[in-house]
Design a protein around this ligand. Structure first.
Ligand code: GLA
Length: 700
């Protein structure tokens, strides 16, 4: 069992790390250590019991594992509640601890309010092989009177004492997601959040923190140095608060956003937060990413080791202008090139000619498909391909039969204008009747057709967040909506276990570890221009493995980038094609067929192997990424050059992840050399502007 109970408290050990907590002399549950595993249990520091000083109480100075709002304490608390009598603080003290063995070893620490019948359980699950600790909390109201929860975060993660840390996070927007940002953490609070109801294109609930160079071990890099990292597994409003106090203490709190949030916890009820997973890596940002990738593939994804098929998606070719003839024309060409899955995007359902109508009416448009979808699906299957479909179940156009029948089903305030975005309104997925209706509709669609892939889209964010007739506090909407979404998606998954699901929200607006329990893939961005995509994919790879990263070759960039470059970019993930194949020349289609054939030979390495980012495309016009199979017998190297002014001398690439003592050969490079040599002496790949290369690596 990697959880140890000693007289100093508890120590959670993973393969390489240790995480210690315990009670201090004041009886507070205190953080003790997080970092490289220490040789002996006695090595872990004892719980600190700071003395008060001036305006700063002992509580203010104590690194509590899960501080509630109480005492003379002003650091960001994890918990804020109001009791029925109006008391607005919460005084939690240790009650008991228990060890459980569920999917992974788990430590539960039960805290109790000193006066009110209110309990809080801190859950710690140890994912030993991935160096991850999972935390979440459950609040229980053991009394008769309701308690209003105003903030309940999943965890507060403490960095080792020190105030010279640097935060790395992801920022962006629709069409330009996942840019890496690195900034020093200084005294005060740095907040990242979503208030949009989705995870958002703008920020992601992920952090990676390293030390500033003034400390002994220095800044972390891609493949070396101390990095503390974590995520929140949640697909709705979230908040990350990175706080540095005036006393050299740095902590990151993460959880459901408390903005416009309240939860009425009735007598006898419980509330559980989503999980936050966090870890420590001594192998830099790359080591942090690989731990998350492995964990996501092994433990989170429904079928994390399934190889994804090469798909064709019709959106960028035909947009809303779909019908049987146009789709079959594309499908025939896609099949000839080696496509394995044909996905019809938006435009196929009742009344959908453009984005002004149809959302909500999930049956085939009678004018476009007079005989239903069956003839198209049968033709696609006869071509040897599977069939997939786009849906956007959370939405409704006012111009739809669903909205005309149920105008009250959307999120709205009765007295306010219902603000439309892309001419659509958001169905209130917090309502069980709405959930049941959508489960029925989509279930029927899947039951009546041979559909094995669903792209689930979500193309606007929430405004006027009203819920007339809400059974509890209407501000529960933000959480109950996401719980409803998970319920609907989960029910459909269960009824149709063979279906592969993709999470899309106008591209990468819903990319998180919460949705990856239900979705197999993520549509990373609506921007498919390959040079932009390189940067977006680099950001995405900080968290997510390549098998979840669907990447299409489209017509974006076609006038200035070779087809090879465009394919190589998409071959770094789960390859798809989305160009207008009818307009492609025979020569292009023949070349595409070759790249698809090559991809099929290497995709097990890309999708399921270890990812090493050798040179950052966000930082350099010459970039490279490498994938290595788990047994280190084979690998693939991709290199890209965008524009570099002459004269240019391209830097050497130093491979990673090979067995140093084994011999390897690399396609198009002379000689057999040891893994050590390829990693230490490096190699060169010569490229002109807007050229790229893919090189297979084989152990001999
Ligand atoms: C969103 C998606 C696109 C496409 C369109 C269809 O923008 O991200 O890939 O499916 O919707 O309307």
């Amino acid at each position: 069992m990697p959880i140890h109970a000693t007289d100093q408290g508890w120590i959670l050990e993973t393969s390489a790390t240790g995480y210690a907590l315990g009670l201090n002399q004041a009886g507070l549950l205190v953080h003790r250590y997080w970092g490289l595993r220490l040789p002996d249990l006695a090595d872990y520091p004892a719980a600190a019991s700071p003395a008060p000083w001036g305006f700063n109480s002992a509580a203010q100075l104590t690194p509590e594992e899960y501080p509630g709002y109480e005492d003379i304490k002003f650091i960001a608390p994890c918990l804020k509640v109001t009791f029925a009598d109006g008391v607005r603080d919460v005084v939690l003290r240790f009650d008991s601890a228990e060890l459980r063995e569920t999917d992974a070893p788990e430590l539960c620490i039960h805290l109790r309010d000193t006066v009110y019948p209110f309990r809080l359980t801190l859950h710690y699950r140890v994912h030993e092989a991935y160096d991850l600790v999972e935390r979440w909390v459950t609040a229980a109201n053991d009394g008769d009177m309701p308690v209003t929860i105003e903030r309940i975060w999943s965890a507060q993660w403490h960095l080792p004492p020190g105030d010279s840390y640097r935060l790395t996070h992801l920022t962006g927007r629709h069409m330009d997601e996942m840019h890496l940002r690195r900034e020093p953490l200084v005294q005060g609070v740095k907040v990242l959040e979503s208030r949009r109801m989705t995870t958002s294109h703008h920020h992601n609930p992920w952090f990676a923190i390293d030390r500033a160079p003034s400390t002994s071990s220095g800044r972390a890099a891609e493949d070396a140095g101390d990095v503390w990292f974590g995520v929140l597994a949640w697909s709705g409003n979230w908040k990350l608060s990175a706080e540095v106090t005036d006393f050299g203490s740095t902590r990151v709190s993460i959880g459901i956003n408390d903005w416009d949030f309240a939860w009425r916890l009735g007598g006898g009820e419980t509330f559980s937060t989503p999980s936050s997973y966090a870890g420590y890596s001594a192998e830099g940002f790359g080591g942090a990413s690989r731990r998350l990738h492995d964990f996501i593939r092994d433990s989170l994804l429904p079928h994390g080791h399934a190889i994804h098929k090469v798909l064709y998606n019709s959106w960028e070719a035909t947009e809303f202008d779909v019908d049987e003839r146009s789709q079959i024309a594309l499908a025939e060409l896609a099949a000839k090139m080696g496509g394995e899955l044909f996905v019809m995007d938006d435009g196929w359902f009742h009344g959908r000619d453009d984005d002004t109508a149809g959302l909500g009416d999930w049956w085939p448009d009678e004018r476009k498909f007079p005989n239903g979808l069956a003839p198209l699906i049968e033709r696609v299957n006869a071509l040897g391909m599977d069939f997939g479909l786009w849906i956007e179940p959370e939405m409704v156009n006012p111009n739809s039969e669903l909205y005309r029948a149920h105008p009250d089903w959307v999120i709205h305030f009765p007295t306010r204008t219902r603000t439309e975005a892309r001419n659509q309104l958001v169905l209130n997925f917090a309502r069980p009747d709405v959930q049941d209706y959508i489960i029925d509709q989509i279930d029927r669609l899947l039951a009546e057709h041979n559909i094995v892939f669903v792209k689930w889209d979500m193309n606007r964010n929430v405004s006027e967040p009203g819920w007339p007739g809400a059974p509890g506090d209407p501000r529960e909407l933000w959480v109950r909506y996401v719980q409803g979404l998970y319920r609907v998606w989960g029910a459909l998954r269960e009824r149709h276990p063979h279906v592969v699901w993709q999470s899309c929200s106008g591209g990468g607006g819903r990319a998180d570890l919460g949705i990856l329990r239900l979705a197999d893939q993520i549509w990373v961005s609506d921007n498919t221009e390959p040079t932009a995509r390189l940067a977006i994919q680099e950001g995405f790879s900080q968290i997510f493995p390549a098998n979840t990263m669907e990447a299409w070759v489209t017509d974006m960039g076609a006038d200035y980038l070779p087809l090879a470059f465009r394919f190589h970019v998409s071959m770094c993930g789960s390859l798809g094609v989305g160009g207008h194949l009818v307009r492609w020349s025979d020569a292009m289609r023949a070349e595409a067929a070759q790249w698809i054939a090559l991809y099929k030979e290497i995709r097990h390495v890309v999708q399921l192997g270890d990812c090493y980012r050798l040179r950052s495309p966000q930082a350099h016009p010459f970039s490279a990424v490498q994938y290595v199979s788990k047994d280190r017998a084979e690998g693939v190297l991709f290199a890209f050059r965008t524009h570099l002014p002459p004269p240019t001398q391209l830097p050497a690439l130093y491979l990673r992840g090979l067995d140093p003592n084994a011999s390897y050969e690399i396609e198009e490079l002379p000689g057999v050399r040891s893994g050590q040599a390829w990693m230490q002496a490096g190699l060169s790949v010569e490229l002109n502007d807007f050229e790229s290369a893919v090189r297979r690596i084989r152990r001999v």
